[in-house]
Write a protein that binds this ligand. Structure first.
Ligand code: URA
Length: 244
């Protein structure tokens, strides 16, 4: 591990433990040199992902897409939402982060990942020089808050899928970074658990080969610290892929 990596790792673990304990922990030295190497490598998506020529050439702007999301009434989630949450961030991003769906704080503000999990996500990204102000766009699988923070139903994710796809086409990120099972399963059209889907890149044929990497959702890290290590391995893969 290089000294730069050690610094980033210490920062990530420091800020993460500070966040978890509600304060800032003193800086510590971590030596993960005995860790097994991360599961790197690339695999192809099943060809169930076919390019729809008409959709692929549609040139909607991010603002058009956001406006259509705010007007959308295609599924029952629109009835209880306060505000739809289209997403936010850089318009020419290195990374598009895809989460599950807005929580209560996001429903109230109309902005993605602004509650506790969002603050943790910002720290995760910051540990490898990524941020929504600079080089990331943050979006969700569904754009309206599922009541009680339940998982989005398949018909809800399905009704929202064209918005996420239009955003990916408009943004053309260098990497799609899925946080959590729901986003990873949705975009990879897979029923595998997140433990199996994380830790390696998938080439998104449907989007001209954009690589997709998945990791655990930041709210999982808030519940269980043992997810920190694999998330850090995934962040290192992302950093290396982007030469950050
Ligand atoms: N969790 C998500 O998956 N998305 C958000 O926007 C907030 C919390």
């Amino acid at each position: 591990m290089t000294s730069g990596e050690k610094t980033s790792l210490a920062f990530f673990l420091d800020t993460a433990s500070g966040f978890l304990s509600g304060g800032y922990a003193p800086k510590r030295d971590y030596d993960f040199s005995d860790d097994p190497p991360p599961a790197a490598g690339f695999s192809s998506l099943p060809l169930a992902y076919q390019v729809d020529e008409e959709e692929a050439t549609g040139a909607e702007t991010l603002d058009d897409i956001a406006e259509a999301i705010r007007r959308c009434d295609a599924c029952a989630l629109c009835r209880e939402r306060k505000l739809a949450v289209p997403g936010e961030g850089a318009s020419d991003p290195l990374v598009m982060v895809v989460g599950e769906g807005p929580g209560e704080a996001e429903d109230k503000s109309g902005r993605p990942f602004v509650g506790p999990a969002g603050q943790y996500l910002d720290r995760m990204l910051g540990s490898i020089n990524l941020s929504r102000d600079k080089n990331c766009f943050i979006a969700n699988t569904v754009k309206c808050h599922p009541p009680g923070n339940r998982d989005p139903l398949p018909e809800e994710s399905g009704a929202c899928a064209h918005f996420l796809e239009a955003q990916i086409r408009a943004l053309r990120p260098k990497v799609i970074f899925c946080v959590g099972r729901i986003a990873a399963q949705h975009l990879l059209e897979s029923s595998e658990g997140i433990g199996k889907l994380r830790g390696r890149f998938f080439e998104m044929e449907k989007f001209g080969g954009i690589p997709l990497l998945a990791t655990y959702h930041p709210s999982a890290l808030l519940r269980d610290e043992t997810f920190k290590r694999p998330v850090w391995e995934d962040l290192k893969l992302l950093k290396a892929r982007l030469s950050l």
